[in-house]
Ligand binder design. Structure first.
Ligand code: SAM
Ligand code: SF4
Length: 439
């Protein structure tokens, strides 16, 4: 007797890829696949790749090489590459790595069932189009199985901003927003299945402008529509661009109780010269004024950001301006990266900053950010936060979840169920999480 076919998906990169992987698994579910946690017993392996990090494509090639043994053992095993490396490399992947049966770009994975059938017929399948049709609409609706209390929901894809360092506009294509009714239907469905917190995803999520019943909706208007869904308790969104922080979105942070007090708002640099060379179209000062307005609307909001150090032409003074900006804002969380070249992007062609200088700057910036994160986390001790419990902790009787500020919180001997939201008094601050007691 043959059981269902097994699908192993390995996901790299951002939350949008996590969401895409879920939808790809659902699409292939219609072909009789169930997910497995191990590549060893899979009938199909899919690498859902990310192109943001350095040498992303090389890492994918070396990962693929490791599957040779599995393919020797099981010649029916199909190997696919999805995501942004698939988009960027296209056919080249099959040329360089003949083990690969299928290459699908992030805009085409609704065509996976047909592509899979093609591979079963012994052919190679490649699709890196930017098709007209809405892939989300073409995908089967999410199956009705129960799920955990948090979920991602992609509302917008692509980007038209063309920051000089970034591949997203090339790999994910032009900015497109999903129609509001489809998002709301998907959100209601998730809530029926036990989801209490939804994170709206987009490369540039706050530029959302999806079709609504009476014209386009802004992200804030979409959030207010989601706010009406009974049973949905928390809304988040990521990632935002400073130039698209509209007034109604800032206001919603002060007035919409379901919108959580956490905002990821990347600035990349504190130097106006570098921001200009990055094609960011905002200045350090306009960013700081924006933060002021957001904090006025929601004083306790936890701010998070992204930074690039060692961008071409970055001088010591430019880097110092970044440190100054970080000091001034006070981040609760932040991600920082050394600039690394992405072929085909404008900054890749410019004279580069020395690698040692980049490393030294990154270390200084990360020391500062870590200190700020620590201070913000420690300042929670003695406060009451609301925690959405997500899963049992490592210790017996312990339960873990996230506060409204996205801090991980553990409670010992907590008699609570997964999906419950309870007030917790924070009693201690550990390395990466907070501890507390139910109030
Ligand atoms: N759309 C978001 C924005 O506007 O900031 C972020 C998109 S990108 C997927 C996530 C982060 O990766 C960026 O904010 C940036 O800090 C970093 N990143 C992108 N390209 C990079 C590069 N070539 N080198 C280093 N870091 C990079
Ligand atoms: Fe990339 Fe974000 Fe800039 Fe778009 S706005 S090009 S996604 S960094």
């Amino acid at each position: 007797m043959t059981g269902p076919k097994k699908l192993f998906i390995k996901t790299y990169g951002c939350q949008m890829n996590v969401y895409d992987s879920e939808r790809m698994a659902e699409a292939l579910g219609g072909q009789g696949y169930v997910e497995t946690k191990s590549a060893d017993d899979a009938d199909m392996i899919l690498l859902n790749t990310c192109h943001i990090r350095e040498k992303a494509a090389e890492k994918v090639y070396s990962e693929l090489g490791r599957f040779r043994g599995l393919k020797d053992e099981n010649p029916d095993l199909k190997i696919g590459v999805a995501g942004c490396v698939a988009q960027a490399e296209g056919e080249e992947i099959m040329r360089r790595q003949p083990l690969v049966d299928l290459v699908v770009g992030p805009q085409s994975y609704h065509r996976l069932p047909d592509m899979e059938a093609k591979t079963r017929a012994g052919e190679k399948a490649l699709d890196t189009d930017f098709p007209e049709e809405d892939k989300f609409e073409k995908l089967k609706s999410r199956p009705k199985a129960a799920r955990g209390p948090t979920a991602f929901l992609t509302v917008q894809e692509g980007c038209d901003k063309f920051c000089a360092f970034c591949v997203v506009p090339y790999t994910r294509g032009a900015e497109v927003s999903r129609p509001a009714d489809r998002i709301l239907t998907e959100a209601r469905d998730l809530v029926e299945r036990g989801v209490r917190e939804i994170t709206l995803l987009g490369q540039n999520v706050n530029a959302y402008h999806g079709v609504g019943p009476d014209g386009d909706l802004t992200l804030a208007q979409l959030i207010w529509e989601l706010d009406k869904i009974d049973g949905l308790a928390r809304i988040r969104f990521t990632t935002s661009h400073p130039n698209d922080m509209a007034d109604d979105l800032i206001e919603a942070h002060g007035t919409c109780s379901k919108l959580m007090p956490y905002l990821h708002l990347p600035v990349q640099s504190g130097s106006d010269h570098i921001l200009k060379r990055m094609n960011r179209s905002h200045t350090a000062d306009s960013y700081l004024r924006l933060i002021e307005r957001i904090r006025k609307a929601r004083p306790d909001i936890l701010l998070s950001g992204d930074f690039i150090v060692g961008f071409p032409e970055e001088s010591d003074a430019d880097f110092q301006a970044t440190l100054d900006l970080v000091e001034e804002v006070g981040y609760g969380q932040a991600y920082s990266f050394k600039y690394s070249t992405r072929p085909g992007t404008p900054a890749a062609e410019r004279p580069q900053v020395d690698e040692d200088v980049k490393s030294e700057r990154l270390q200084r910036l990360q020391t500062l950010i870590t200190r700020q994160q620590r201070d913000v986390q420690d300042s929670m001790v003695g406060k009451d936060v609301s925690v959405l419990f997500e899963k049992p902790g490592r210790r017996e009787g312990q339960m873990g979840g996230k506060s409204e500020y996205l801090h991980a919180v553990h409670v010992a001997n907590a008699n609570v169920k997964v999906g419950e939201i309870r007030k917790v008094r924070i009693t201690d601050s550990g390395t990466n999480s907070l501890g507390g007691v139910l109030v």
